[in-house]
Write a protein that binds this ligand. Sequence first.
Ligand SMILES: CC(C)(COP(=O)(O)OP(=O)(O)OC[C@H]1O[C@@H](n2cnc3c(N)ncnc32)[C@H](O)[C@@H]1OP(=O)(O)O)[C@@H](O)C(=O)NCCC(=O)NCCS
Length: 218
Amino acid sequence: MHNKLAKSHSPSSFTVAGIPVPVRELHAGHRAAILQHFLQLNDDDRRLRFGTQTPNEVIERYVEGLDFNQDTIFGIFDAQLNIVGLAHLAYLPVFKSKARAAEFGVSVLVKGRGQGFGTALLGRAAVHSRNTRIETLFVHCLANNRAMMHLAQKAGMSVEYAYGDADAYLTLPPANSSTIVEEAANKQWADFDYVLKANLKRANNSWSWLLGRPTLAT
Ligand SMILES: CC(C)(COP(=O)(O)OP(=O)(O)OC[C@H]1O[C@@H](n2cnc3c(N)ncnc32)[C@H](O)[C@@H]1OP(=O)(O)O)[C@@H](O)C(=O)NCCC(=O)NCCS
């Protein structure tokens, strides 16, 4: 085994208070929610996420250009079904002599930070990468991005620094029955979580309408 994520086989590996974090794979129908997520990042976070100043128009083009058939996008939803944590797993072109690789980018809204969401997204992306025959997972970020560096090192990634940038690498072993089961379990849990939140949101909206005032935020 090469690293900590490679060693984690059970669905409980990415848990908060013993409960797995529900990480959902997103599709093109989530484009508007993805855009909303990115637009809520402040200038500093956008620089950390995209490596440069990123105005709204650039984010809009980036979200329009997301190819859900080529790449995989993961999200963590709050009770209002807003995306609080988002990860983009971009598959890099395959070259005969090189290991199959993917690049991981992540953002968590300020209100969701420090609760293990970034770790859960990285863990889910690593398992999905293994299950889709990816051998190397990359994270490219600014060298002064201490939170991301901490996440990467905690996951056992090797980090190389150059000219203010940092490249973190994770060598992944092939998939096995545990990684397949782990991903299937997290998928089911995330679907259940989403349906539950959607029903609660609908019930909340109905009560607000009946009472003629907003009910407590869930
Ligand atoms: C990086 C980011 C995704 C982390 O999300 P998160 O949900 O807070 O991550 P987690 O809660 O899983 O873990 C954060 C860890 O970093 C640590 N951390 C946070 N800020 C830190 C800092 N300034 N220096 C060192 N460690 C820090 C936390 O203590 C925690 O460590 P622990 O798990 O050992 O307790 C989030 O900060 C973010 O969206 N940043 C802006 C975008 C970005 O930088 N993206 C990465 C480049 S692709």
